[in-house]
Design a binder for this molecule. Sequence first.
Ligand code: UT7
Length: 321
Amino acid sequence: MRSVVCGVGGYLPERIVTNDELAKTVDTSDEWIQQRTGIRERRVAAKDETTVDLAHKAAEAALSNAGMTAQDIDLIIIATTTPDLTFPAAATLLQNRMGIHHGIALDIQAVCSGFVYGVATADSYLKNNLGTCALVIGAETFSRILDWQDRTTCVLFGDGAGAMVLKAVPEAEAEGRGVLANRLRADGEHWDKLYVDGGPSTTGTAGYVRMQGREVFRHAVGMISDVVEGAFADSGFTVDDLDWFVPHQANRRIIDGVGKKLNLPAEKVVVTVDRHANTSAASVPLALSEAVGDGRIKRGDLVMLEAMGGGFTWGASLIRW
Ligand code: UT7
């Protein structure tokens, strides 16, 4: 079987927070943020808007793009670090909202790499007959776990959700389309370079993001390039065959560094970090839904997804659209 992409969709909360607005509350500037990260603004969820609310809107957009209904879905995976509740999984809350009473629903916790982990997990489930049609979602309200007094983290993140519908199709009918290769990695040695200082079993609170930004940056380009090259090697394709590179949107300088290392022409790289900032697990599917929505990514295109984040976790997926 092949896991073929049938549709994608995204949702961003209405409220836009600019760099200048942040500079009113912490010691930072639009110039510093743009120079060091490429971020101009980010979205922040309304007080009563939760991760599942965002996920639901993205899921409906993806189903509509796929021409499918909720009842077609028998596997829901939400990649999130900011679930509505400690349990049950956000995916089960979404399943209930969507009126789905069959199939499987689970969350994945791989922070910014969560969506790529989700695609690889759904691909494995579909290939092993554990479902026929999957909704893979990255959804975050990262604003809830930011220390808004800490300028080294609060300027970097945003809220949002993106979703993808993957359907199991017999290889003979897939016309070469579908998920072609996945590379996933983790190395917990780096856990304290990017983490949250709380949790149910320690402080009993959700905690706030803590990051040694320079340390994360130092590892990012090498780790990402490694899994991207691995996914190319596994599939037999090369960077010259690629139509679109859809990277995790953490920092424009990391995206450019990876592009340079892989010899990727800049016009093949989808960039949203300027307007979305780092939306963690939502960043890749949001970028995908933008590039599909405006007609850049088309059926038959070869598309590479990649992400790296807390853990560290990192991964890449190569997909024939
Ligand atoms: O998905 C993975 C998630 N995270 C990432 O990918 C983040 C990876 N890291 C980064 O993107 C970058 O390391 C940052 C954007 C976080 C920081 O950029 P940098 O070029 O590595 O800066 P830095 O941490 O070396 O800080 C340079 C200076 C410091 O001042 P001193 O010590 O040189 O006097 C910081 O205190 O910039 C200062 N600084 C700020 N200044 C104005 C840190 N944050 C800010 C700020 N505004 N918001």
